[in-house]
Ligand binder design. Sequence first.
Ligand code: ZN
Length: 440
Amino acid sequence: MGLLIKRTTAVTLNDQHAVLEDIDIRLDGTRIRELGRNLPAHPGDETIDGSSLVALPAFFNAHCHAPMTFERGWAEDLPLDRWFNERIWVAESALTEEDVYWGAALAACEMIRSGCAGFNDHYFYMDRVAEVVEASGMKATLTWCQFGIGEDKEVGTNLEGALAFASRWRGRANGRIRTVLGPHSPYVCPPAFLKEIAQLAKQHGFGLHIHLAESSQQVVNSLKAHDRTPTELLNDCGVFDVPCVVAHALYLDDRDVEILAKRQVSVAHCPITYMKLAMGVNDLTRLQTAGINIGIGTDGPGSNNDMDMKEAVRITPLLQKFHFNNPEALPGDIPLRLACAGSSRALGFAESGSLEVGKSADIALFDFSGPHLQPCHDLVANLVHVAKGADVRHLIVDGKLIMRDRVILTLDEEKIKSEAGRRAKAMVSKNLRVVREYQG
Ligand SMILES: [Zn+2]
């Protein structure tokens, strides 16, 4: 029993940049089995009328902290140091496991609604996020964030616990859940800890997911303390000896770029956070030219403030064009490719990212009937610059409909909204305390 999408327009994002019109897509199990005209329905197949829809490979969110929906609107108009020290880490001192579940569930609803099949999550109490992933039908690469500055500074578990989490959930939910290890950053984690966690990752066959070079001050401090840039430090600590995703990487010199390219590190680019916290911009064309894999992420809702991947896809080329005074930067379907193939590869779901026979059946179907999507001189431009997350009508992950006609089939959205709203208010009403300090 499969799914048959009839008479749709498919933006395949294949190597030929093919856009197929009036095409049927047959899904069987977790894969795309056939693309063609007038495909017959097999007995038991569910059919979707795709005639006013555009099929796109579903997005993957390359870096986020999903449960931080609880901190949406809680840390406004602040620079990074005050954002951490006065608001974010303070609120998280009152975080409970149950909060993580409802916060992640709320984020999952938002991501599903904007056509996102999977996300790369870096947070605490990750068993609860894994439960959300399992129930929602989404895919995710999950890590329990570790600071490495003393067990009393960790949230919920120590390194041993983070490793146990990663082992416990590896490959669960029919392979929809992947796990990695997640040291917070080179500016929080001491080098000895970075070496230890990198060694553990290597030994147990896990990748790593870490923040990198978010401010010029972090680079100055690293050079002063370690005589190395943050990128060189991670390289020397063995962090890039396993598949690694670095979030942000805004401040890189030529040698850093060379290291990231050579070690095949993926960069997760989260432009809305950079704009909102005035952190700076990285030159994606420079990274692409060096051959670095780039994915697009929303980052956490404490800094974005939403989880709409479609918006992040639009902002990505706009920021590059504006900042580098170059209207030709990141042209055509590149932003879509970064958010689909680039992100899914970063997460380890490399079989996603294009609509081709044999690929994962992870598909977002956009409703193109709205006035903002007319006329359609350039379908890809309309997808990148006009379509909204809310235009996604159906979302299919691993061959299963998880949203049909804008109704999420796998999660109780009404309950999640009310429970998350109530709990987020209660969390910040508790006795909040300072748990650790950001010092650049
Ligand atoms: Zn982050």
